[in-house]
Ligand binder design. Structure first.
Ligand SMILES: Nc1ncnc2c1ncn2[C@@H]1O[C@H](COP(=O)(O)OP(=O)(O)OP(=O)(O)O)[C@@H](O)[C@H]1O
Ligand SMILES: [Mg+2]
Length: 510
């Protein structure tokens, strides 16, 4: 699919782009180019400036200086509409759908077909609209009901609708900012098929992802940013994964050693779930997590694991079964009940469920600990600052400005680290984490794993739910697989292969 004509004038050139926030340079003289029919991967650590660069391309942000050329012509985009008029489409890291509109309405928004009405009055031809929507969904081979409200779709499907929306428009450049974070492997393959198809038709793609293995599968070239600067652009077939990582983080990353096979199973059971059932979501789930233990639940997205953890945390009601903490049965009807029982929870959808976007990093980190800190009265702010400083340093939370900046100004991966910091700070007995490192860069990932191991060693019971097999195998000594809402098998990390895990998570007998 690689454009043979790399020598021809690029489709897009961004030249010498500069951008600062709060006096901090987040893009410093960055230049990139993009050719017709190619996939360019844009890589860099959390906060490196990837999203900022593409928001400038889309006219969301105004650059301080620099120039953009399309097909050799100097262009200026003052708002997203300008970029759209030039065939540039974005699929953002944060989804931009209208939750109360139907799938059809989201897909067609500005182009709903008009039927015949009284003169001077517009009537929307819903039958035709639905047909158009359906045909676009078919492009991706999707069985999504076009009449359903976006709000009622699983996150995965909402993401897919966003993708379909961008694909169906008349695009010459499509920018995807971590499009696969919420997709299952077959869906990722489907998306890649579509990307290849589009490239064959001359569309060019800028692709941002922290899943580096994907880059080697789909991209032709990589451009790597570090601290807002362009450090390298290479052809994918001329680089190795290790050197890409090194260019991203500016140092060599050691392979993660597997720590002691501490399963904690001799110690006390802290969390026990007995025969928990919610019809249509998960069934007859029983599991135990001991003090000092990290247990992984591995399953493809959509296997019931999210609903399961939400139930343990009181955000959803199970139909039957029980939850025990330290051997005592808990009645958990509401997240506050779970909190009181000593359970902490890192959800998937950090935007909606956990961060207070307008509040500072400090407030977001110390939120769960508020009652404890409030008792410190006069010293509260000082202590909050010290605690926040600790997490900012140990997880490498990066932002332009200090810990008083509102969280919405942080990059996606750094927001995720802040959610984690809050719960690492929260002084709980049990910590449940859903997809803890979605959108987090490779370097920061291992910092997070180190912190989780340290917490386990201090006696916490940790349950990690993840669809990332590498993550599960590197942090969880004991692993349960879930398929269609049922626990299908249990393994010890030392004696299981990747293939066996994948098979058990796909419902194949082991
Ligand atoms: N609107 C804004 N106001 C203030 N600072 C911002 C704003 N947008 C981004 N930043 C800062 O600019 C820097 C780059 O952020 P950006 O979102 O571009 O990173 P990224 O490379 O996309 O990271 P990630 O992989 O975590 O998504 C970060 O330090 C971020 O805090
Ligand atoms: Mg980003």
């Amino acid at each position: 699919m690689m454009a043979e004509n790399t020598s021809a004038a690029p489709l897009l050139e961004m030249r010498h782009i500069h951008k600062s926030f709060f006096g901090v340079k987040v893009l410093d003289d960055v230049s990139v180019s993009l050719h017709k029919g190619e996939v360019l991967a844009l890589l860099g650590e959390n906060g490196a400036g990837k999203s900022t660069l593409i928001k400038i391309l889309n006219g969301d942000y105004t650059m301080d200086s620099g120039e953009i050329y399309l097909n050799g012509q100097h262009v200026q985009f003052h708002e997203p509409r300008d970029a759209e008029a030039h065939g540039i489409r974005m699929i953002y890291q944060e989804l931009h759908y209208a939750p109360d509109l139907s799938v059809t309405e989201n897909l067609l928004l500005s182009e709903l077909p008009r039927g015949r009405g009284f003169p001077g009055r517009y009537i929307i031809d819903w039958r035709q609209a639905r047909e158009i929507a359906q045909s676009r969904l078919k492009l991706l081979d999707l069985a999504i009901d076009p009449d359903v409200h976006m709000r009622d779709l699983p996150v995965v499907e909402r993401q897919i609708v966003e993708i379909v929306k961008a694909l169906s428009a008349d695009a010459q450049i499509i920018v995807m900012d971590e499009p696969t974070a919420a997709l299952t492997p077959p869906e990722v393959e489907m998306l890649f098929g579509i990307i290849r198809n589009l490239c064959a038709q001359g569309v060019a793609i800028i692709y941002i992802s922290h899943r580096l293995d994907e880059i080697f599968e789909i991209a032709d070239r990589v451009t790597i940013l570090r601290d807002g600067q362009h450090v390298a652009t290479k052809r994918v077939d001329e680089v190795k994964l290790a050197s890409v990582v090194e260019l991203m983080v500016g140092r060599e990353i050691e392979a993660r050693r597997k720590t002691l096979a501490l399963t904690g199973q001799e110690s006390q059971v802290v969390l026990e779930v007995q025969n928990l059932t919610k019809l249509g979501a998960y069934e007859d789930v029983s599991l135990k997590v001991h003090a000092g233990e990290i247990v992984g639940v591995f399953g493809l997205i959509g296997s019931g694991q999210l609903s399961l953890t939400r139930s343990i945390f009181g955000a959803e009601r199970p139909d039957s079964g029980s939850i025990l903490v330290d051997g005592r049965e808990c009645t958990i009807r509401h997240p506050q009940d779970a909190r009181n029982a000593g359970i902490g929870f890192v959800p998937v959808d950090r935007k909606v469920q956990s961060l207070i976007m307008g509040q500072s990093v400090r407030k977001n980190v110390t939120l769960s600990n508020w009652q404890r800190l409030a008792r410190m009265g006069f010293f509260q702010q000082r202590i909050e600052k010290d605690h926040t400083r600790h997490w900012v340093d140990s997880l490498g939370i990066r932002m332009a400005g200090d810990m008083e900046v509102p969280i919405r100004f942080l990059s996606g991966g750094n927001q995720q680290k802040t959610v984690l910091a809050r719960w690492l700070e929260a002084n709980v007995r049990v910590l449940i984490l859903n997809e803890p490192t979605w959108g987090v860069d490779v370097g920061a990932r291992s910092d997070i794993y180190d912190q989780l191991e340290a917490l386990a060693q201090s006696g916490l019971a940790i349950l990690i739910v993840s669809s990332d097999i590498q993550e599960i195998m590197s942090v969880c000594p004991r692993i349960l697989t879930i398929y269609r809402g049922r626990i299908t098998a249990e393994f010890h990390r030392e004696s299981v292969s990747k293939d066996e895990l994948l098979a058990a998570a796909a419902g194949e007998a082991v």
